[in-house]
Design a binder for this molecule. Structure first.
Ligand code: T4K
Length: 371
């Protein structure tokens, strides 16, 4: 059996059937029905956030949050708004900015956590800057306090891409409480899934109505359409999947910790292998297992390891190579050089990590790497 970088966690089939049974009576399948509302309320409790709006995926959630927070409009007012963001992410983050007619301005990352380097943000701020969109990449939490101070000082909005950070806490506070808003992804490949799905946690109640309307074609009432929205509603079947998976989430994260700890036992201290050792005050979710291969010390490159594992039917991923500002569609964007992001994108490999990955398989992966 091939081993992939991840494998979706699944509930018991009988549990899912129980959860979807009422829909065969009610015939209510979508448009923010009762299952959506139940899922939303359970998530608010689990994530420890004040307000939450559900979407059909994380990407559209982020795209619509940018619009709902007024950044698109503000961008038009300043004649082409700019958003400071990281080049070390999945391309969705950058597309969400660009598709709102805003210009991503790439800021380098820190080697210590692979997140945006807060000490390099201020030099990129211009009179066109409207927001900062950092990413809690791999579930590593950005320096939220420094970012908040910069945003306050310059009157900027902050939206976190927390696609990887589901259920995490920072000094006991749900990670969705930082910045103006945080996006979570519930895609099949994530720690927590509703097949496809996503959410925006936000602090100011006034964003609730625009978020709700934008995902439903901008409909204010049956006859009044007040904004240019689209269709990004989470349906009842996916909400039911989310409800079932939420019951098992703590168990699922605990099993990921087993995998994470096993890798650490086998790979820590090996010359040329750098592991991410966690962050003070963070309750992690073990979303990814990134390994930085220093080819000079290790003797083999990240790409050599990737190929060696592939030959054994083990499919790791080079998340996130190339850095976004090196992609064809973003190469011409402004921003300072980002040497750290460039270096990290060339050296990192994310190893398989998921609920149920057998100890023998972890050993096999480590044996191949070490040999
Ligand atoms: N921001 C960030 C920082 C993100 O990482 C993402 C998504 C987003 C925003 C946008 O959120 P969403 O709109 O997706 O909610 C995957 C995912 O499609 C994407 O959600 C994710 N990030 C990105 C990092 O990875 P691929 O192209 O690498 O996935 P794929 O199909 O190669 O799957 C990887 C492995 O997962 C497979 O080899 C097997 C396993 N798998 C896959 C699927 C589809 C399963 O076990 N079950 C499945 O259903 O993009």
């Amino acid at each position: 059996m091939p081993i992939y970088v991840t494998r979706s966690s699944m509930p018991e089939l009988s549990d899912y059937i129980e959860e979807i049974k009422p829909m065969f009576e009610s015939h209510i399948l979508t448009n923010m029905g009762p299952v959506y509302k139940k899922f939303q309320s359970q998530l608010i409790t689990y994530l420890g956030v004040r307000e939450l709006s559900l979407f059909v995926n994380g990407h559209l959630a982020l795209e619509m949050a940018i619009q709902a927070l007024g950044l698109t409009k503000r961008g038009e007012e300043v004649g082409g708004g700019e958003v400071i963001t990281t080049p070390f992410t999945f391309v969705s983050t950058t597309h969400a900015i660009t598709r709102n007619n805003l210009k991503p301005v790439f800021c380098d990352i820190r080697k210590s956590d692979y997140c945006i380097d807060p000490d390099k943000i201020e030099e990129l701020i211009t009179d066109k800057t409207v927001a900062i969109i950092p990413v809690h990449v791999y579930g590593n939490i950005c320096d939220v306090h420094k970012i908040e101070n910069i945003a306050e000082k310059h009157g900027l909005k902050v939206i976190y891409d927390g696609a990887h950070a589901f259920g995490e806490e920072y000094y006991g506070r749900g990670v969705g409480n930082f910045g103006d808003a945080t996006m979570f992804s519930f895609h099949a490949t994530k720690v927590f899934n509703s097949i496809e799905g996503g959410a925006i946690a936000y602090r100011n109640k006034r964003y609730g109505v625009p978020l709700h309307e934008l995902k439903n074609f901008g409909m204010h009432t049956e006859t009044s359409i007040t904004s240019i929205g689209a269709n990004a509603k989470l349906d009842e079947f996916r909400s039911a999947m989310g409800i079932c998976n939420l019951k098992r989430i703590d168990e699922c994260i605990a099993d990921r910790k087993r995998v994470h700890d096993h890798y650490f036992r086998r790979l820590e201290g090996v010359d040329g292998i750098e592991l991410f050792k966690g962050q003070k005050g963070v309750k992690p979710n073990y979303a990814y297992f990134p390994v930085y291969f220093d080819d000079k010390k290790f003797g083999k490159s990240r790409d050599d390891v990737y190929m060696a594992l592939r030959e054994e039917d083990i499919y790791t991923r080079k998340y996130f190579y190339p850095a976004i500002n090196e992609l064809e569609c973003y190469r011409d964007n402004p921003g300072a050089p980002t040497p750290v992001a460039h270096d990290v994108s060339l050296h990192i490999l994310t190893l398989p990590i998921y609920e149920g990955l057998a100890d023998e398989d972890i050993d096999r992966i480590c044996d191949i790497i070490l040999s």
